[in-house]
Design a protein around this ligand. Structure first.
Ligand code: C2E
Ligand code: MG
Ligand code: MG
Length: 752
């Protein structure tokens, strides 16, 4: 078969020494002059019918499936199949010419090379030479012009030249194949070099392990940095892994061996002894039968991710100002405490919520750095009172919470801690040279008594705290009766909406006595709800709810209107009494309050002109927003009403403001007055309050006078006015008129 020798060879045949080989091969085949001569002599006879032979040769090749396929491919690649017959003839002629030159050797090697390029397998070359041989043998046999004596010699010569042809052509073929192999080997080794350096540059440790022999197939060099290349088999870096983590790494390896891809994280002590976090991923590799034969793996460091997650966790669960647990962490611990207590019924849990009094004032007057500093000091101080297993959390603003898990007598534990918290607040806090005294309101909810889940306990501790603050008590346990959220209360809440329209709200009036004259000079209007089923309900039970559900303003308006109507009524009857009404925080903050007062007072001019209408607000309401408070107090006073500060002593007043504001009187809170006859401290507080109020130019009313002794003491201390059960409880308007005429404190002059 003849290839297209014009089709330039891609590899260089001269890479082996063809000249040397040609000479040596010719010698080996014992080609001598006699062979050449006899060929030259009979050449013309041997070429008889050569064209016909060439055509038959190709017909044969085209009829045979394997060779036909090769030729068709050759035609597709070069489009030169028809030229092959001529080339074939040329080749035959050259072969029979007895040429053993180096040039002929080179052409033969090149033809072999072209065959390789066209993917013509050597067996078909051998087959083609067999066809040549058959053809030439038949010619020799049939041609009588060839001498009998020369026939053997001629056949031998032909056979030597045929083998030379085959040998040199296969040599070219082999040479091209070797060169191609070499080129591909070179390419593969370049690629391998690139892959190796790529793997070496990957910061993760990579490996591949033969699981039958437990021998590594590959380990990336970066493992040196982590475990000093000490890759014990079969799990890389196992000896460097933290002993506590080895168990789950082994488990992951077992899973990989069973065919699962697994990920496992563990601590690894590196060559420098530093503990670092690593994630290993095991990828099992299966053979065609589905058996795991190899496990490839990657091991990368997760220390920074771990640390970041830990930091985020701390941030998510810690209050940044005080470093205390935040609300989220408190919820979590409360949840755990309740769960533990549910498992063991001897365990109980206490949740306390605390709100600082007057904290806003510190921020407003001394600035936020002062507020922040005080919060930090509160955190430190409270922290000292607790066990390690307790949780002190800051919920935000000036709100803190204490969780006492696992206590045997929750009520007792809560009381003890509440008392120590209160005692710790008797010491001042400091900001620079400023000495700051703070109050605190504590609400307490207990598990199992007050709720069996986190939300219920949180809500109920909050209700208790609100109630403690509202009643100005230091701490309160949750009491369902004053919880506006309980079903009972909710029911009352919706009924309260209709109470106004149905005329169920009433005012009772409690006399206030002028201590100089011993006579009543005014009354305080106190609201009651005359409930059709529950009877008389006192304000402590429903005012909180009215405040929370937006009913306090209409109720306040009704109170003002009713009290003024009553005042007018008495006036008409010749009863000259001032009437005081209580305004709670949300009503005081309502921007329409002053307008409403203005409207109502216009219609009841006579009462006002005589200074007979009074508004009572607590000092906390006033101080909550001192600027707004002062503005409203002035506006009320401009309308002709008087203003008094209720429950004085339970809050935190700025004396400077009290001095400036148009305040008529200060009402000393009943908690000091009730026991002042027996309690020296209370007596001192009352005396100081009286002195202070007088110095500021204000009148003093003592509320909660329950006995004669207290009344006498107050008179002695120079107190101006008094209110209390000793003189009279609050009474409906009709009963008050009777009381006025019957009582020694009544309007008529008399002796007390
Ligand atoms: P407050 O303004 O300090 O009213 C005085 C409270 O002390 C009244 O309780 C009165 O009955 C009680 N009290 C008077 N003398 C004595 C005494 O000698 N001993 C004792 N133990 N208590 C005495 P009340 O009527 O239950 O009212 C409680 C609070 O409810 C009031 O305290 C006031 O803050 C609020 N309140 C009453 N009426 C209204 C109202 O119409 N609107 C608003 N917003 N709050 C009201
Ligand atoms: Mg009052
Ligand atoms: Mg009061």
């Amino acid at each position: 078969m003849e290839g297209d020798s014009s089709n330039a060879p891609t590899s260089d045949v001269r890479s082996f020494n063809i000249f040397e080989l040609n000479a040596s091969f010719n010698k080996f085949l014992r080609i001598d002059e006699a062979d050449k001569q006899i060929l030259k002599f009979y050449c013309h006879l041997l070429l008889e019918g050569d064209e016909r032979f060439a055509h038959l040769f190709y017909d044969y090749l085209l009829a045979f499936p394997a060779t036909s396929k090769i030729l068709k491919q050759y035609q597709a690649d070069t489009g030169a199949l028809d030229k092959l017959v001529q080339k074939q003839l040329q080749h035959l002629r050259t072969l029979l010419s007895g040429d053993t030159s180096d040039a002929s050797a080179q052409v033969l090697a090149h033809i072999g090379q072209v065959h390789h390029v066209h993917n013509i397998e050597p067996v078909w070359l051998m087959g083609a030479y067999q066809l040549y041989l058959d053809h030439l043998k038949a010619l020799i046999k049939a041609n009588e012009a060839i001498l009998e004596a020369d026939r053997m010699t001629l056949e031998n010569a032909i056979s030597k030249f045929l083998f030379r042809d085959i040998g040199l052509m296969l040599q070219g073929y082999w040479c091209a194949a070797t060169q191609q192999l070499q080129a591909e080997t070179n390419k593969a080794s370049v690629l391998q070099g690139q892959i190796t350096s790529l793997l070496a540059n990957i910061p993760q440790i990579l490996w591949s392990i033969d699981v039958k022999s437990n021998q590594p197939l590959y380990i990336s060099p970066v493992s040196r940095e982590v475990c000093n290349m000490d890759i014990e088999m079969p799990i890389p870096c196992m000896n460097w892994t933290h002993p506590d983590d080895r168990g789950h790494v082994r488990l992951a390896w077992e899973k990989a061996l069973s065919g699962q891809q697994v990920e496992v994280e563990s601590r690894v002590r590196d060559a420098d002894g530093e503990e670092r976090w690593f994630r290993r991923v095991f990828h099992p590799y299966k053979d065609t039968l589905g058996n795991v034969v190899r496990v490839d793996g990657i091991m990368d460091e997760t220390t920074i991710i771990k640390q970041t997650i830990e930091r985020l966790n701390v941030l998510a669960t810690t209050d940044s100002l005080t470093g205390l647990p935040n609300r989220a962490l408190l919820y979590d611990r409360l949840h755990q405490a309740i769960a533990a207590a549910k498992r063991d019924d001897k365990r109980q849990t206490v949740l306390m919520m605390m709100d600082l009094d007057h904290f806003k004032e510190i921020n407003d007057t001394l600035g936020h750095p002062a507020g922040d500093e005080v919060l930090r000091q509160v955190a430190t101080r409270l922290g000292r009172l607790l066990r390690d297993s307790d949780t002190l959390a800051r919920l935000g603003g000036d709100e803190f919470a204490v969780l006492l898990p696992d206590v045997l007598d929750a009520k007792k534990a809560a009381k003890n801690i509440a008392k120590s918290i209160l005692a710790s607040f008797s010491e001042p806090f400091w900001f620079g040279e400023h000495e700051l005294f703070l109050g605190v309101g504590i609400g307490i909810a207990l598990y199992p008594g007050h709720g069996d889940n986190v939300d219920a306990l949180m809500k109920r501790a909050d209700v208790a705290m609100y109630s403690a603050k509202h009643k100005d008590e230091a701490f309160q346990f949750y009491n369902p009766r004053s919880d506006p959220n309980t079903q009972n209360r909710l029911q009352l809440g919706s009924e309260l909406r209709h109470a106004l329209e149905r005329g169920e709200l009433v005012l009772h009036y409690q006399p206030k006595i002028d201590l100089n004259t011993g006579r009543i000079y005014g009354v305080e209007a106190l609201i009651r709800w005359n409930h059709p089923e529950h009877g008389l309900i006192y304000p402590d039970q429903f005012i909180i709810h009215a405040e929370r559900c937006g009913l306090i303003s209409p109720i306040t308006n009704w109170v003002i209107q009713t009290a003024l109507d009553q005042c007018q009524d008495w006036n008409k009857q010749g009863i000259d009494l001032s009437v005081a009404v209580n305004i709670s925080a949300p009503a005081f903050q309502n921007p329409n309050l002053v307008d409403h007062l203005h409207e109502v007072l216009k219609q009841n001019g006579s009462c006002i002109m005589a200074g007979r209408f009074e508004i009572e607000i607590t000092e906390n309401i006033l101080m909550a927003d001192i600027e707004h408070g002062s503005r409203v107090v002035k506006q009320i006073s401009d309308l002709g009403a008087t203003v008094s500060i209720d429950d004085f002593g339970t809050g935190y007043s700025s004396l400077a403001y009290l001095k400036k504001l148009p305040i008529n009187s200060i009402k000393v809170d009943k908690s000091f007055v009730l026991n002042m006859a027996d309690d020296e401290n209370d007596a001192i507080i009352v005396r100081s309050t009286i002195d202070l109020a007088h110095n500021l130019g204000h009148n003093v009313v003592a509320e909660g006078v329950e006995n004669r002794q207290t009344l006498d003491m107050l008179k002695e201390l120079g107190c101006d006015n008094a209110q209390g059960y000793y003189m009279s409880r609050s009474l409906p308007a009709s009963e008050l008129t009777t009381w006025l005429s019957a009582s020694l404190w009544g309007m008529k002059p008399g002796k007390k």
